[in-house]
Design a protein around this ligand. Structure first.
Ligand code: G
Ligand code: G
Ligand code: MN
Ligand code: NA
Length: 250
């Protein structure tokens, strides 16, 4: 309960921030964007993991305000990056409940003056689990805005494959558990190979997550994975440490 009250106050107290993790283009091995990851610095607990506070935010409805704050903040920040850089923002299933998500995204894009094609929205299977008309219609509205939609944590859910038929995703993000196991045996390699060729045949980009070693990079590059993310290229860090001049926040 105290935790919930603290989270409720966290935005006003300026304890919420966004860290950015680089996304790399495999072919050029250069940064082509960042994923925005929410961070909470609690006055006494220190850094609280999103894995801990996001479920609480979802249960209490606070995720709507937090999610909108991150969206607006990340887009403002991205306005100061090179023009071709993308910005990825994670969405919770709970944010799809109302009918206001696409309007919020449109408004945040306009406020930041960012072209919609630079925004990647990451959703997990949980968004499609309910598969309500409402959710699908919101996804199509977002797509019509020109925003790109990525399926996050692909392969870890129950029916990742069937969800690929429900909606024309732009990107498949291969869960880091598969990347971690690449060297431990032929199984993970086969799964990753399958996901990459599936993505290619569906005209989708494939982003491997959790790339930590040169061996993983070489393997994924050989398999045709189009993008990568992971500690090999950079950990999530505050905008002030990204090294771009003219950050977008006023
Ligand atoms: O950054 P880290 O690996 O600690 O994130 C843990 C989890 O929290 C990840 O699954 C990530 O998708 C999720 N997460 C981070 N930031 C956000 C956010 O702004 N919104 C939502 N819905 N989830 C987030
Ligand atoms: O679920 P999602 O993919 O949105 O969450 C990304 C999470 O994975 C972030 O919390 C981030 O800190 C973490 N992460 C990103 N790259 C790596 C990596 O190379 N290794 C490990 N162990 N975690 C990573
Ligand atoms: Mn993500
Ligand atoms: Na992921």
């Amino acid at each position: 309960k105290a935790f919930e009250a603290d989270l409720r106050a966290a935005l006003q107290r300026g304890e919420i921030s966004v860290h950015y993790q680089p996304l790399l283009d495999t072919a050029t091995r250069s940064i082509c964007g960042y994923e925005a990851l929410m961070r909470w610095q609690h006055p006494t607990r220190g850094w609280v993991s999103p894995a801990e506070f996001i479920p609480v935010a979802e249960d209490t409805g606070l995720i709507d305000a937090l999610g909108e704050w991150v969206m607006r903040h990340a887009l403002q920040e991205a306005a100061g990056w090179p023009d071709h850089f993308t910005v990825a923002v994670n969405l919770s299933a709970v944010q799809f409940r109302g009918a206001t998500l696409s309007r919020m995204v449109m408004s945040a894009l306009a406020a930041a003056g960012i072209s919609p094609g630079r925004l990647h929205l990451e959703i997990t299977e949980s968004v499609l689990l309910a598969a309500s008309e409402q959710t699908l219609s919101t996804l199509h509205q977002l797509k019509e805005l020109g925003v790109r939609i990525a399926m996050d944590d692909f392969g870890t859910g129950y029916s990742s494959l069937s969800y690929l038929r429900c909606f024309p995703f732009d990107t498949i993000k291969i869960d880091q558990s598969f990347v971690r196991d690449l060297s431990t045996g032929p199984e993970a390699l086969s799964v990753v190979q399958l996901i990459i060729s599936l993505g290619a045949s569906l005209g989708m980009e494939t982003t491997a997550e959790g790339v930590e070693t040169e061996a993983q990079y070489a393997c994924l590059q050989a398999l045709g994975c189009t993008h990568m993310q992971g500690y090999l290229f950079g950990r999530p860090k505050p905008a002030s440490e990204l090294g771009h001049v003219g950050a977008g926040m006023p």
